[in-house]
Design a protein around this ligand. Sequence first.
Ligand code: AMP
Length: 174
Amino acid sequence: MKKILITGVQGSGKTTQANLLAEKKGLSLVKAGDLLREFIKGDSEASKMAASLMEQGELVDDQVLAELVKSKFEELKDAKGVVVDGYPRRMSQMAQYDPNFDIVFNLDISDEVGVQRLIERGRADDTPEAIQKRLAWYHQETEPVLEHYRMKGILIDIDGEKEIEEVDKEIMSH
Ligand code: AMP
């Protein structure tokens, strides 16, 4: 099973590109945010805790998310391939569960362009405070994960400020 990660700051277009890639190549999608939004519908203490962290733009507990992603991968074990959006977002998550990606696409955009795109998107958890917090943790926590993949030789940088079709073409060319 081929495992692909698409990463980038909020507003980089990673979800759009993950959708396009999965659709065009007939791959399954695993989205950390969707797994969590499903999880917080439950009424366990862990669900309530995760809901409150998400509302504030904080990262949820590593163990909770690693479990959700791991069981999703088990469910998809016979799939042709998987495109992942949103996991791992920090090194400690990789220590919990490492999907062993074959290739990682990094959609590179400036913080300013990302924030502008989010303002246009207008999702409920896109408050100015949450946006700033997510940017800060991306730089602090997610960038070391990218460096790890760069050292491994599986990271490909893509200019995420280009048009959707251009970015898609570049991803598809690999
Ligand atoms: P997303 O839909 O990817 O923008 O994720 C929405 C929210 O889910 C984030 O703001 C975080 O609160 C939480 N979340 C998503 N992925 C992760 C992750 N890998 N680790 C911790 N929290 C996450």
